[in-house]
Design a protein around this ligand. Structure first.
Ligand code: GDP
Ligand code: IMO
Ligand code: MG
Length: 424
């Protein structure tokens, strides 16, 4: 399959990093096309844990080209820290390239992310405070600073000063915050630009050339469908398009290039940050899932909210992404929980049922999940490597998810390591 997309189908942290790392063993190019270091993708190889934020999850393969597309927002300081960490651990970053059109997260974006969240008080979004929203705001306001500016000291100094003066006014006069020292910011970020210059290349061109040469390309989604700015639980979403179509816009390739779209889900549901979550559990089963599944944010360390698998949201993801297959991770976490529940639809107070995910939070708030009970299992399945080796109850659970989500389950994850994956 020459060009594959891997995206999240729930609220993020479905194990996209693991799926990309596995599929990257058969690919020559891995491309990130949206989001920034709000993402945290975990790859476990031979017991070694790598937590990647901006660096694509193909980085552990020395011959794989890793590309960061125009739709990504790049925090140069954090990114350089990640590059240094990789090199210290013996992972080469020589095959990494960044598109010159990608927008730069500046220090005022981080400040404004914090201040605007504080201003919202109890109605905050629960962002990762990585400056993602404010950076995309500037991109669409057409006053952003791009990687091509960052690596050109004269242009960068002029643009950073012009926008920095305005940002300082907003920080101090609207929010009563502390202004940034623009000379210091320009000096610090000019040095980051020097460091990043060798990494800059046109990712749209590189991806197209790889495609024409018949190479296998993997597009690595960050965040997930229910965090999409249009098709997620707005306003409790991120500021980019994590859906499959976002890949073409964020990389600069045409949709005809894509052959296969894989959606990643957990065998249950989690969410970090605020916003609606119909199947959320507030009891000891929710706590058990959090502890057994290690459900703490990869980027912020926040405890993740936990709940039963919601087939309404995954079915929504199957449709808006045009999924060809699902990868269901963390089935092992459900062992020993007793009877399992799956949400098959929503019911409104007047008794009407909803098959499709509603567009407004007000309508969603009225909905209660309709559960189907499915037999649980107690076996340790972390050593299973074929679908047939799984206990019958596990097989039945997966087959039922397949029916409810109207999509084939192509992979089942039974542990965090790259070899703990069953392919069907
Ligand atoms: P991503 O953001 O989608 O890449 O996912 P994260 O890395 O943020 O979170 C997924 C977590 O689940 C990580 O700690 C992974 O190591 C872990 N993980 C992935 N797949 C499995 C699995 O099948 N079983 C278990 N137990 N853990 C898994
Ligand atoms: P990966 O790629 C889970 C959530 C935040 C918050 C909302 C907006 O690891 O799956 P932002 O900082 O983007 O403005 O925050 O989006 N969020 C994620 N949740 N996984 C992620 O990425 C996320 N990236 C953003 O918690 O609710
Ligand atoms: Mg994550």
């Amino acid at each position: 399959m020459p060009a594959n997309i891997v995206i999240g189908t729930q609220w993020g942290d479905e194990g996209k990093g693991k799926v990309i790392d596995i599929m990257a063993s058969r690919a020559q190019v891995v491309v990130r096309s949206q989001g920034g270091n709000n993402a945290g993708h975990t790859v476990v190889s031979n017991g070694q844990v790598y937590k990647l934020h901006l660096v694509p999850s193909g980085i552990l393969y020395p011959d794989t080209q890793c590309l960061i597309g125009a739709g990504v927002v790049l925090d140069p300081k954090d990114f350089i820290g990640e590059l240094d960490e990789m090199e210290q651990r013996g992972v080469s970053t020589a095959n990494l390239k960044i598109d010159p059109r990608a927008h730069v997260v500046m220090p005022w974006h981080l400040t404004l992310d914090g201040l605007s969240e504080q201003f919202r008080g109890n109605s905050d979004i629960g962002t990762t405070k990585r400056g993602i929203g404010p950076t995309y705001m500037d991109k669409y306001e057409r006053c952003g600073i791009r990687v091509c500016d960052l690596v050109n000291p004269a242009v960068f100094a002029e643009k950073a000063r012009a926008t920095g003066i305005l940002k300082n006014k907003i920080i101090t006069e609207v929010y009563g915050g502390q202004a940034h020292d623009l000379d210091a910011v320009i000096a610090e970020y000019t040095a980051y630009g020097e460091r990043l210059r060798p990494y800059v290349a046109d990712v749209s061109v590189l991806t197209y050339e790889a495609y024409k040469a018949g190479k296998t390309i993997l597009f690595e989604g960050a965040q997930a469908t229910l965090l999409d700015i249009d098709f997620g639980t707005y306003p409790y979403v991120t500021s980019s398009h994590p859906v499959s179509a976002g890949v073409c816009v964020g990389t600069g390739v045409g949709p005809r290039m894509i052959d296969n779209i894989i959606g990643v889900a957990k065998a249950y549901t989690t969410r970090v940050g605020k916003g609606p979550f119909p199947t959320e559990l507030f009891d000891e089963i929710g706590d058990q899932i959090r502890e057994k599944g290690g459900e703490y944010g990869t980027t912020t360390g926040r405890p993740r909210r936990t709940g039963w698998f919601d087939a309404v949201i995954v079915r929504h993801s199957v449709r808006v992404n045009g999924l060809d297959g699902l990868a269901i991770n963390k089935l092992d976490t459900l062992s020993g929980l007793g009877t399992l529940k799956v949400c098959v639809g929503y019911v409104k107070p007047d008794g009407t049922t909803l098959h499709d995910f509603p567009s407004s939070l007000e309508e969603l708030a009225e909905c209660a999940p309709i559960y189907e009970e499915i037999q649980g299992f107690d076996e340790d399945i972390t050593g299973c490597r074929t679908f047939e080796e799984l206990p019958k109850a596990c097989q039945d659970y997966i087959l039922r998810l397949e029916e409810l989500c109207e999509c084939k389950v192509a992979m089942v994850g039974v542990g965090p390591d790259r070899d703990q994956m069953i392919e069907r």
